[in-house]
Design a protein around this ligand. Structure first.
Ligand code: UFG
Length: 334
């Protein structure tokens, strides 16, 4: 029988955090959520999880939770995630993603929490020299969002060297889909992510989908990304937790993606296939800062953790995203 952990999940009311709570419960661990509910939703947190409403920068509260709940590890999702917003308001990102992470790490060290799993991003690479991108390739972020996350990776590295503490930074590629049992999903208001926009359009919540750039150096000219099902990403966090506890001397920085990509056209084609309908597509110019292709090399996570994705299937990702979008309509109208 493997050890069961008490895990503090920051941002557990958000898209990825709420899936991690489910994955922890499904694996028999005990999630405790802290979320300030600025972008997350109370209803997205599974009933079985303990919930504290508050901010991760409130170190008094975080330390109270750590001791009250006997926290073994922290999964840190809380933060701001909109790339263009980070360009307009960088200090918001350096506060929410960097300064508040510093405060959380301090609380962890003070409270004797020995492990942290951190939501990092492929945005730490900037525009990679080549794709698939490996973890040891240069990290040259091109926006404050990527920099704010990379700075937290650096803090974790230094803290792990100085204290009785190890961490796993997971660099997410394009997270998509929803819980296969439709218990939670992407619920952000005004989302900018391609698949979320496409399923909203498929359900008549938007008139059309804009395609940002048709002259990229890709097969059909539209941008290529590595779309990973959110439940596979959540399961990677649970494996990371178990790996950190099994070998406390070792920390990890790992890509989280499937290692292959789809173009914007291919994603929209998949939505058309699943709905048996045709999305209205509007060809537009390139969006600033978008690389041609961003695909993970996922050799390391597979080798170190034996991670085995279960939902590496674009049509299934679309089906789950659509099912959740329908359910969300019901939640929002009742
Ligand atoms: N796209 C469109 N139309 C849209 C939205 C997106 O054509 O309405 C295109 C983009 O140009 C890009 C692809 O679809 O080629 C994916 O765009 P997303 O906005 O869905 O995602 P990004 O790849 O820009 O961003 C994702 C994460 C970020 C992260 C980044 C780099 O959402 O958090 O990957 O890792 F920073």
């Amino acid at each position: 029988m493997t050890k069961k952990f008490n895990v503090l999940v920051t941002g557990g009311a958000g898209f990825i955090g709420s899936h991690a709570v489910l994955a922890l419960l499904d694996a028999g661990h005990r999630p405790v959520v802290i979320d300030n509910l600025v972008t997350g939703f109370r209803w997205a947190i599974a009933d079985e999880a303990t919930f504290y409403e508050g901010d991760i920068s409130n170190s008094e509260l975080v330390q109270k939770i750590i001791s009250e709940q006997n926290i073994d590890a922290i999964m840190h999702f809380a933060g701001s995630v909109v790339v263009p917003e980070s360009v307009e308001n960088p200090l918001k990102y350096y506060n929410n993603n960097t300064a508040k992470s510093r405060s959380l790490i301090q609380s962890a060290v003070t409270g004797g929490v020995r492990h942290m799993i951190f939501s990092s991003t492929a945005a730490t690479y900037g525009i990679p020299e080549s794709s698939p991108v490996r973890e040891d390739m240069p990290t040259v972020p091109i926006n404050p969002y990527g920099t704010s996350k990379l700075m937290t990776e650096m803090m974790l590295r230094d803290v792990a060297a100085a204290h009785d503490f190890n961490y796993c930074a997971l660099r997410y590629f394009n997270v998509a889909g929803a819980d296969p049992h439709c218990r939670t999903g992407q619920s952000t208001v005004g989302a900018t992510h391609l698949l979320k926009i496409a399923v909203e359009a498929a359900l008549g919540k938007r008139a059309s989908v804009s395609i940002f750039g048709t002259d990229y150096a890709t097969e059909d000219g539209t941008g290529v990304r590595d779309y990973i099902h959110v439940s596979d990403l959540a399961s990677a966090h649970v494996i990371a937790l178990e790996a950190l506890a099994a070998d406390p001397e070792r920390s990890h920085t790992l890509n989280c993606g499937y290692g292959h990509g789809y173009s914007v056209m291919q994603v929209l084609d998949a939505v058309d296939r699943v709905t048996n309908n045709k999305l209205d597509r509007k060809m537009e110019g390139r969006r600033a800062g978008d690389p041609d292709a961003l695909i993970s090399d996922n050799t390391a996570i597979k080798q170190h953790f034996g991670w085995k994705p279960q939902y590496d299937d674009l049509d299934q990702i679309v089906q789950h995203a659509l099912a959740w979008e329908r359910r969300l309509t019901d939640i929002q109208t009742t």
